[in-house]
Write a protein that binds this ligand. Structure first.
Ligand code: NAD
Ligand code: DAU
Length: 350
């Protein structure tokens, strides 16, 4: 059995990735290391927690002694690193938390892998999952390519940019076999409701105001989260050492157009009169340093690895809205904080 460490596997993207790997690769043991911060939710993984090739380890990537013990215990052949502080608005109020986990945590993990693998880099892989936000902000035209100059503008993107630089430094300085990807905005089930799409869906459901920052003309390129998982699979198995792959949905929406689309889908699903939920849209104070537009040129991963997004926007948004309506309990537990008791209930006795 090949042991693979996934960090941040209890979060939004991490939980989809864990499910994808556990289901598709029965000959891998997937070890999910997660600190279970407010964003980590083991209820996301209820359906895989008893799989014979899945193990959960609660812990912090900043804990070097724990990492050394885990590398010793499992003899990992690969690491897929997603653990991070991920919300831009939180990074504006608490930048140091982002430096700790995203920068120091990533370097601690890199160092643990290098130490454990020294003299045996052959067949090993350290995969760092990053964001398109490191490239900064686009005007009306153009796309981010893998050659776009880094220009991070929020504490979150600055911390992710810094972590990317450290990953490349470990490749160039020590020869650690690394690969990176920089992805656009994900959406889908299990998305924490501080982020735009789940927040809007939940507020429509409960007829609360839908906060749109500034003029609402900020643009994001939205990718179905399960397509991100399949892209990570492709890069992990077939990407080239030292390379970076941009991942995107080729699916640009201004925030206001997206919120209107979600209103219309929800009205239809809830049997409300057409246009009803649009009345809830409320323009609010802008995010400081708000990046105007992100858009990914994903031709490298398409041409080198044959990866393409699988579903169309309309279908993905509808499926997401339906998931939130069908999983009110998940949302309720997140809102009440009850999901944080799940670990004790599930693992406390062990
Ligand atoms: P998330 O906030 O939903 O999940 C992060 C997970 O990391 C949580 O389970 C949390 O408990 C865990 N974690 C946080 N700090 C930790 C620590 N110190 N030690 C161990 N675990 C810790 O994030 P997400 O949206 O799933 O993003 C996952 C990764 O993908 C991040 O690295 C993020 O930068 C990147 N990314 C996200 C998006 C997106 O649209 N969400 C797009 C591109 C890249
Ligand atoms: O591009 C990839 C990034 O996408 C990831 O690296 C981040 O981890 C992820 O959080 C996401 O960042 P954004 O800042 O783009 O996502 P968010 O959902 O916070 O906001 C999307 C857009 O909607 C952005 O322009 C801000 C706006 N917005 C957001 C919220 C929460 C609003 O207008 N109102 C809101 O209430």
């Amino acid at each position: 059995m090949k042991n693979i460490l996934i960090t941040g596997g209890a979060g939004f993207i991490g939980s989809h990735l864990v499910r994808h790997f556990v289901g598709k690769y029965p000959d891998y043991r997937i070890v999910n290391l997660d600190a279970l911060t407010y964003a980590g939710n083991l209820e996301n993984l209820r359906d895989v927690e008893t799989a014979p090739n899945y193990t959960f380890e609660k812990g912090d990537i900043l804990d070097a002694a724990l990492l050394a013990r885990l590398f010793e215990k499992y003899r990992f052949e690969g690491v897929i690193h997603l653990a991070a502080e991920s919300h831009v608005d939180r990074s504006i109020t608490d930048p140091l938390a982002f430096v700790r986990t995203n920068v120091l945590g990533t370097v601690t993990l890199l160092h643990a892998a290098k130490t454990a693998w020294t003299g045996q880099f052959e067949g090993k892989r350290f995969y760092h999952v990053s964001t398109d936000e490191v490239y900064g902000s686009l005007g009306d035209e153009g796309f981010f390519t893998e050659e776009t100059r880094y220009d991070p503008r929020s504490p979150y993107s600055a911390s992710k940019a810094s972590s990317d630089h450290f990953v490349r430094a470990y490749f160039h300085t020590y020869g650690l076999p690394v690969v990176l990807s920089n992805c656009s905005n994900n959406y889908g089930p299990n998305h924490f409701p501080e982020k735009l799409i789940p927040l809007v869906i939940s507020n429509i459901r409960h007829e609360k105001p839908l906060p749109v920052y500034g003029d609402g003309l900020y643009t994001r390129d939205w990718l179905w989260v399960k397509d991100h998982a399949s892209a990570i699979d492709a890069v992990f198995h077939r990407g080239r050492d030292g390379e970076t792959y941009n991942i995107g949905g080729n699916n640009e929406w201004t925030n206001i157009a997206l919120v209107e689309k979600l209103c219309d889908i929800m009205d239809e699903l809830l049997g409300r009169p057409p246009g009803a939920s649009r009345q809830l849209i409320t323009f609010v104070k802008d995010r400081p340093g708000h990046d105007r537009r992100y858009a990914i040129d994903a031709s490298k991963i398409r041409e080198e690895l044959g990866w393409l997004p699988s579903i169309r926007a309309e279908e993905g948004f509808r499926e997401t809205a339906r998931w939130y309506l069908d999983n009110e309990e998940w949302l309720l537990h997140v809102r009440s904080g009850a999901y944080q008791a799940y670990y004790d209930a599930q693992y406390g006795a062990h």
